[in-house]
Design a protein around this ligand. Structure first.
Ligand code: SAH
Ligand code: SF4
Length: 351
């Protein structure tokens, strides 16, 4: 049996042709899956009963199973989801006034092991498939009844942030496939401008994201120099800041219209001084990247020894970056009370 969600149009076409079916069926089926949100082959009424039976024998059409869900005081919604092999991940929906972002996971656990990240304390178990990645977004559309069949006309499930559990560029092939289905006009039709991929900086795959997907890019920078960055992100021993910034220049040669967001976690007494801000400005000016910052308040989790910077320090840091001409808003933490905020996701209990 093949899981049908996550097959590219080309892949689906070739399986159907092997079954002796016409290739236009692939487009029809895609329409049911991604435009109509069909959850079974029976719903595909313009396909003959005979073919629907054949499809049921050949393919599975699954959503991940909801194990638990929590809704935060600020309406952030978090699900613990389980796939058919029993592996679990978390998905978060962050609603705003007129839109909302689904924060999708790409791996069970993460191999990068950043010191400040709860997910990083959970060893990597496996990559998610393309289908498992986009089905998280589809599940949120189910929950909020945002398929055409529903009568409510609120449309909040609009954006995708690839910022859940895992390092997306350690699973680049499946992530690229998933994002292409998400942004295809015949697929989920999410505008590329509404999709952001965040990476700890797996350099070789950064230009590929530009070439193969064209989605927005965010880099988890978190320090103004290699010495500090290596202390909190072991991956920095492999890919240095200079290499990441050169790869960002490559990205912007291809996706010329978009700023790159540099995420900067504010850790009390570690990377939040005015000197740190000035060093950061000097670094960014040298590379002439169209850049903006996103200052992230550190979200604590059980067992982590870092402390969040005070509001005053965050404010002063932001002002210093703005003085140099960079946008540097402070990200509001969402869903902290249910451990749904950045860096708090984890799907295994600590032993
Ligand atoms: N693995 C990718 C994407 C997931 S993490 C990456 O690292 O970019 C999404 C963002 O949350 C990253 O910028 C990450 O550095 C940040 N983050 C991790 N732990 C955090 C914490 N405890 N508090 C706030 N942000 C955190
Ligand atoms: Fe992995 Fe990102 Fe967490 Fe680092 S911050 S451990 S790369 S999920």
């Amino acid at each position: 049996m093949i899981e049908i969600i996550g097959l590219t149009k080309k892949e689906l076409t070739s399986v159907l042709e092997e079954m002796g079916e016409k290739s236009f069926r692939a487009k029809q089926i895609w329409h049911w899956l991604y435009v109509q949100g069909a959850k079974s082959f029976e719903e595909m009424t313009n396909i003959s009963k005979d073919l629907r039976n054949k499809l049921t024998e050949k393919f599975t059409l699954n959503r991940p199973k909801i194990v638990t869900e929590q809704i935060s005081a600020d309406k952030t919604h978090k699900w613990l989801l389980e796939f058919t092999d029993g592996q679990r991940i978390e998905t978060v929906f962050i609603p705003e006034e007129e839109h909302g972002a689904v924060c999708v996971s790409t791996q069970v656990g993460c191999a990068v092991g950043c010191k400040f990240c709860h997910t990083g304390s959970q060893k990597i178990t496996r990559n998610l498939t393309a289908g498992e990645i986009i089905s998280q977004f589809m599940l949120v559309k189910d929950v909020y009844a945002e398929w055409p069949s529903s009568s409510q006309d609120n449309r909040l499930v609009s954006n995708i942030v690839v910022m859940g559990m895992g390092e997306p560029l350690h699973n680049a092939d499946n992530v690229i496939k998933a994002l292409n289905i998400a942004t295809d006009q015949d697929g989920l039709a999410v505008s590329k401008r509404r999709v952001t991929l965040s990476t700890s900086g797996i350099v070789p795959h950064i230009p590929e994201i530009a070439r193969e997907t064209g989605v927005k890019l965010a880099i988890s920078l978190h320090a103004p120099n290699n010495q500090k960055r290596s202390q909190i992100m072991p991956i920095n021993d492999r890919y240095k800041i200079e290499e990441i910034l050169s790869a960002c220049q490559e990205y912007q040669k291809i996706v010329t219209s978009r700023y790159i967001t540099f995420e900067y976690l504010m850790l009390d007494g570690f990377n939040d001084s005015l000197q740190d801000a000035q060093e950061l400005v000097a670094l960014m000016k040298k590379y002439k990247i169209g850049a903006k910052f996103n200052l992230i308040p550190f979200n604590p989790w059980p067992g982590c020894h870092f402390k969040p910077s005070s509001n005053n320090r965050v404010y002063a840091f932001s002002k210093e970056l703005e003085k140099a001409g960079f946008a540097a808003p402070v990200r509001t933490a969402r869903g902290q009370d249910i451990l749904a905020a950045c860096g708090q996701l984890k799907s295994k209990k600590s032993v």
